[in-house]
Design a protein around this ligand. Structure first.
Ligand SMILES: [Fe+2]
Ligand SMILES: [Fe+2]
Length: 332
């Protein structure tokens, strides 16, 4: 993969820094702070692209960036500036929702009940009943950034857990990574879905096209996964991610069948109907429940991670469904 196209001053600064390091052990441009304005960074495509680019150094990297910039102090400082701001904004955004959560209930139970507090439009309902083929393609493109590296951010957390929680996460990840069969790797199933509808399955192929919220959804998982301090948030996020997957996956698969798309298109979603019904309990009870029983101070972050997952899903659901309804109004 090559570096993406810039989308504003922040991503330009990141790209310049990474490019200036090409062929040198350290980047030529040193700086400590980015000029972050007062507006939300969550919905700022420039800020989210800058952060996504920095995070990708920890996954597959870029052909036009030397690998050793992954741990360059200048590059890490820049990442930290963006992360601090994003984390603060996310914690503020989910605080009202978490104030309404009863304090006494077991954390696993609370996590599984949390998605019911979500309101607003459902992309899965639209994809099930009304979507055009173009809407399906749009959805798959937007999600491709995170699904083509599905479970990679959570795998970073495995080394930070111990005992029962570690065993439960390993069990969940074993399914996500194909259960011993390369052809069942969920990242690969997603790539096959993209091929089946005529999209490019190459990792990062649509980074220049997707919106801020798709970049942010991927970034949040990376931020939680890369910081041991945020392991509770990473696993709380995973619990809600799994708990909000099974029913929507069934709807999306049947929407694809309604549109007459090839069977290979829906295979990824069929796989998640049953798998995630199991994973949600593994993540909520056997991972988060055990983590909080052993380290009660993690409870708050587990719930923050869970609420962040819902918050981002709600924002992107509004954006996608509004876009699809605008397109259908123009077409009719
Ligand atoms: Fe999966
Ligand atoms: Fe899963």
């Amino acid at each position: 993969m090559l570096l993406p196209r810039e989308r504003g001053p922040l991503s330009r600064r990141v790209l310049q820094t990474l490019r200036s390091g090409s062929g040198h052990p350290r980047p030529a441009t040193a700086f400590t702070e980015l000029a972050l304005g007062p507006d939300s960074v969550l919905t700022d495509e420039d800020a989210q692209l800058a952060l996504w680019t920095l995070y990708e150094l920890h996954y597959r990297g870029f052909e036009d960036v030397p690998d050793d910039l992954e741990w360059d102090p200048t590059v890490l400082r820049l990442r930290r500036t963006l992360e601090r701001r994003l984390e603060r904004e996310l914690r503020e955004a989910v605080a009202p929702r978490l104030r309404a959560v009863p304090g006494e209930a077991p954390v696993g139970q609370t996590l599984l009940a949390l998605p019911a507090t979500s309101s607003g439009p459902s992309p899965a309902n639209h994809l099930h009943r009304h979507a055009t083929r173009e809407d399906v393609e749009d959805y798959l493109r937007e999600r491709s950034l995170q699904q083509l590296k599905e479970s990679d951010p959570q795998a970073l957390v495995l080394a930070r857990l111990t005992g029962r929680a570690k065993v439960a996460l390993a069990e969940l990840l074993y399914d996500e990574f194909g259960g011993g069969r390369p052809e069942r790797l969920h990242q690969r199933l997603y790539a096959e879905t993209m091929v089946a509808v005529g999209l490019d399955p190459t990792y990062g192929a649509y980074v220049d096209e997707v919106g801020a919220l798709s970049l942010a959804s991927a970034n949040v998982m990376s931020m939680f996964g890369l910081h041991r301090r945020l392991r509770g948030a990473a696993m709380g996020h995973l619990a809600v991610f799994e708990a909000t997957s099974s029913v929507p996956s069934r709807k999306i698969a049947s929407g694809m069948e309604r549109l007459g798309l090839p069977a290979a298109a829906a295979a990824y979603f069929h796989e998640h109907v049953e798998a995630d019904a199991v994973h949600e309990h593994l993540a909520a009870e056997d991972i988060c429940g055990v983590m909080v029983a052993e380290e009660p101070h993690l409870r708050e972050d587990v719930l923050v991670g869970a609420a962040v997952c819902l918050h981002l899903d709600e924002l992107s659901a509004v954006e996608l469904t509004e876009r699809w309804s605008r397109v259908s109004e123009v077409a009719s």
